[in-house]
Design a protein around this ligand. Structure first.
Ligand code: FAD
Length: 548
C-alpha cells in the first residue's frame, strides 16, 4: 500500500475509509495509522496544499475567491438580511478549512462544554475534553498545567503593534481588562490573538498531522476524489463510492466509514446515502436507509458585521497595498523576522465581553484587524480595500439561537446543498448584534484608540439609533465561517450521532467533524474540531480494540 497525495487507483479494502482531509480528517488519519495496526484510506475532493499563499498567513486573501482552493457556495436569500445571499467559502484542499482559515486559535468556554455534557453528551464536559486540547497543541507559552507542549498544532501569540496594542488598552479603559491567556483560564477580557503558526507559517491540520504521517505504509491518501455516497450492506456501512479522474470507484471499509467532510458536506453525504428525513429524501428520489430527521437541521453560524475606521498610522494592509516601498519593507521584514503584516491574516487582538449583565460568561467576541474594506472578501484597492490607512473592529454574538438548515437539492453529489442559515431569526440574536456594534464603538471611543482614529468610515455617524445599527448589521453582516451543528450529537429525536459519534440507526458509520456540535462552545471552531477528532480517534480505536 503506497501513501501518496495524488489521484490513482486505490486498493480495494481498508480498515477505515475517511471522507475529507480537513481539520478533523487529517487528525483522524494520523491518529488511526499511528500504531501501524490499521489501514486507512483518506479521500479528499481538493488538491495539494503546497502553495505559497496557503502557507504564508496573509496569503489567505488570495484563496477565498479561488475555486482551486475552496468550495464556492452562497446561501439562499436571507429573510432577516434584506434577502442577501451570503458567500460561504470553505476549504477544498488538503487541510480543508484549516488551510484557508484565519488561524485564530480558540478552545472555547469551559462552561459551554459542561453544557454539552448536560444536554445529552456524556464524556464531553470540559474536564473530559481538556486532555485532547492539550494533546493537539504545541504552545510555546502559558501554564503547562493547562497548555500542551509538543503536539501537532503550533500556537503563537501575535506580536503587538500600535493599533492592536491600543485596542487591548482601550478594552481595559472600557472595563474589559487584559486576560493573560484566554485559552488557559476563563476567556474574559482582551488580549493579543493566539494563532496557529510556526515560524511565521500556517500550521494547518495537514502540516501538523498529515504530512508527518504521509510516509506510513498503512495510510493511502487520494486527492481529487469526490465521495458520492456511503455504501451499505443492509444497515451496515461497508464502503464509500467516489469519483476520481472521471472514474467511479468504490472502497470497502472492513471496520468503519468515518465522515469528516465538514458541517456543509457531511450532512449532504448522509442524505445522498439515504440517511435523513425520510419524506425529504423520497421527494428527492433517494431511497431511505434510516429516517433521521435531524440531518442538515440545527444549522447555526456566527454573523459578523464590522465597523471600519480611517486611522492616522500608516501601518495597515491598506497602506502596504498603496505603497510599493511599504510592500517591500513588509516582505523583507517577514523574510528576515517572520513577523509583520505577512505573519497574520490581518487579525491581531480580541476581546471577550458580556453583552448582557445577566450572562454567566462573556457572550460577545470583538476583534481588531489591520485592514478596512467594503467586504471581508476584498483583496485590493480595486475590489474595495480603502485607499487610506484603515482598520476595523468586527464582532458577533458567540452563542446565537437562530437555527437554519441545509439539504441536498438533488441526487447529484456535485450539486451544492441548499443552505438557509436563517440568520437573526431569533429576537435575542438581533438584540445582541446591536450590542456588538455598540460595544465596538464604545471601545473605539476610549482614549487609547480614539487618538489613532481620524473618523469612522462604516457605518459612520449617521447610523446612530438601535434600529439604524440593526439595519446596518442586516445589510453588511457576513459569515464568520463557522457553520455548525448539522449532524447534532445527543440522545434526543433530533440527534444524528450519539456521544460516541456513531450515526444513529445504522452500524459502522460515524461523523467526526464540526457538524456534530449540538451548539457552539467557542468563538472559533478549528481547534474545537481538532479536539473532536482527537477524541473521536480514541473512540474509534477503542471500539476496534474491543472487537478484536
Ligand atoms: C475562510 C475561513 C476562515 C476561518 N477562520 C477560522 C479561524 O480563524 N479560526 C478558527 O478556529 N476557525 C476558523 N474557520 C473555521 C474552521 O476552519 C472550521 O470550522 C474547521 O476547519 C472545520 O473542520 P472540518 O474538519 O469540520 O471541515 P473542513 O476542514 O472544512 O474539512 C472538510 C474536508 O472535506 C472535504 N470534502 C467535503 N466533501 C467531500 C466529498 N464529498 N468528497 C471528498 N472530500 C470532501 C473538503 O474538501 C475538506 O477538505 C474558518 C473557516 C473558513 C472557511
Amino acid at each position: 500500500m503506497v501513501s501518496r497525495a495524488d489521484g490513482g487507483s486505490a486498493p480495494q479494502a481498508y480498515d477505515f475509509v475517511i471522507v475529507g482531509a480537513g481539520s478533523s480528517g487529517c487528525a483522524l488519519a494520523a491518529r488511526l495509522t499511528e500504531s501501524g495496526k490499521h489501514s486507512v484510506l483518506l479521500l479528499e475532493a481538493g488538491g495539494s496544499d503546497r502553495r505559497l499563499w496557503v502557507r504564508v498567513p496573509l496569503g489567505v486573501g488570495k484563496l477565498l475567491n479561488d475555486d482551486r482552493y475552496v468550495w464556492k457556495v452562497n446561501t439562499e436569500p436571507q429573510t432577516e438580511l434584506h434577502g442577501n445571499r451570503l458567500y460561504w467559502p470553505s476549504g477544498r484542499i488538503l487541510g480543508g478549512s484549516s488551510s484557508v482559515n484565519g488561524l485564530v486559535f480558540v478552545r472555547g468556554h469551559p462552561a459551554k462544554y459542561d453544557e454539552w455534557a448536560a444536554a445529552g453528551c456524556p464524556g464531553w464536559a470540559y474536564a473530559d475534553v481538556l486532555p485532547y486540547f492539550k494533546k493537539l497543541e504545541d504552545c510555546s507559552f502559558g501554564d503547562p498545567k493547562v497548555r500542551g507542549r509538543g503536539g501537532p498544532i503550533a500556537v503563537t501569540e501575535v506580536a503587538g503593534g500600535p493599533i492592536s496594542d491600543a485596542f487591548v488598552r482601550a478594552c481595559g479603559e472600557a472595563g474589559y481588562p487584559r486576560v493573560a491567556d484566554y485559552n488557559a483560564y476563563l476567556p474574559d477580557g482582551a488580549a493579543p490573538l493566539q494563532i496557529n503558526t510556526r515560524n511565521g507559517l500556517r500550521c494547518s491540520a495537514t502540516v501538523g498531522y498529515l504530512e508527518p504521517a504521509m510516509h506510513r505504509p498503512n495510510l493511502h491518501v487520494v486527492t481529487g476524489a469526490l465521495a458520492t455516497h456511503v455504501v451499505f450492506d443492509g444497515i451496515r456501512a461497508s464502503g464509500v463510492g467516489y469519483v476520481v479522474g472521471g472514474q467511479k470507484k468504490e472502497a470497502r471499509a472492513r471496520r468503519e466509514v468515518l465522515l469528516a467532510a465538514g458541517a456543509i458536506r457531511s450532512p449532504q453525504l448522509l442524505e445522498l446515502s439515504g440517511i435523513g428525513d425520510a419524506d425529504l429524501l423520497r421527494e428527492r428520489g433517494i431511497g431511505v436507509v434510516a429516517h433521521l430527521p435531524g440531518v442538515g437541521r440545527n444549522l447555526h453560524d456566527h454573523l459578523m458585521p464590522r465597523i471600519t475606521f480611517e486611522c492616522n498610522r500608516a501601518v495597515t494592509v491598506n497602506d502596504m497595498l498603496r505603497n510599493p516601498l511599504k510592500l517591500v519593507e513588509s516582505v523583507l521584514r517577514y523574510l528576515m523576522f517572520r513577523d509583520g503584516l505577512f505573519a497574520t491574516t490581518t487579525l491581531t487582538a480580541l476581546a471577550y465581553v458580556r453583552g448582557r449583565a445577566s450572562s454567566p460568561y462573556p457572550d460577545i467576541r470583538l476583534q481588531s484587524a489591520l485592514i478596512s474594506a467594503e467586504s471581508r472578501f476584498s483583496t485590493s484597492i480595486k475590489t474595495g480595500i480603502d485607499p487610506f490607512p484603515g482598520f476595523h473592529i468586527g464582532g458577533y454574538f458567540i452563542y446565537p439561537l437562530s437555527r437554519g438548515e441545509l439539504h441536498v437539492a438533488s441526487r447529484d453529489a456535485n450539486e451544492a446543498p441548499k443552505i438557509n442559515a436563517n440568520y437573526l431569526a431569533d429576537p435575542l440574536d438581533r438584540e445582541m448584534i446591536v450590542a456588538v456594534l455598540k460595544l465596538a464603538r464604545k471601545i473605539a471611543s476610549q482614549p487609547a484608540l480614539a487618538q489613532l482614529i481620524v473618523r469612522e468610515t462604516r457605518p459612520g455617524p449617521k447610523v446612530a439609533t438601535d434600529d439604524e445599527v440593526l439595519d446596518y448589521a442586516r445589510r453588511t453582516g457576513q459569515t464568520c465561517w463557522h457553520p455548525s451543528g448539522t449532524c447534532k450529537m445527543g440522545n434526543g429525536a433530533d440527534a444524528v450521532v450519539d456521544p460516541q459519534l456513531r450515526v444513529r440507526g445504522v452500524a459502522a458509520l460515524r461523523v467526526i467533524d464540526h457538524s456534530v456540535v449540538p451548539f457552539l462552545t467557542a468563538s472559533n471552531t478549528n481547534v474545537p474540531t481538532i479536539m473532536i477528532a482527537e477524541k473521536g480517534a480514541e473512540l474509534v480505536l477503542r471500539a476496534a480494540g474491543a472487537s478484536r
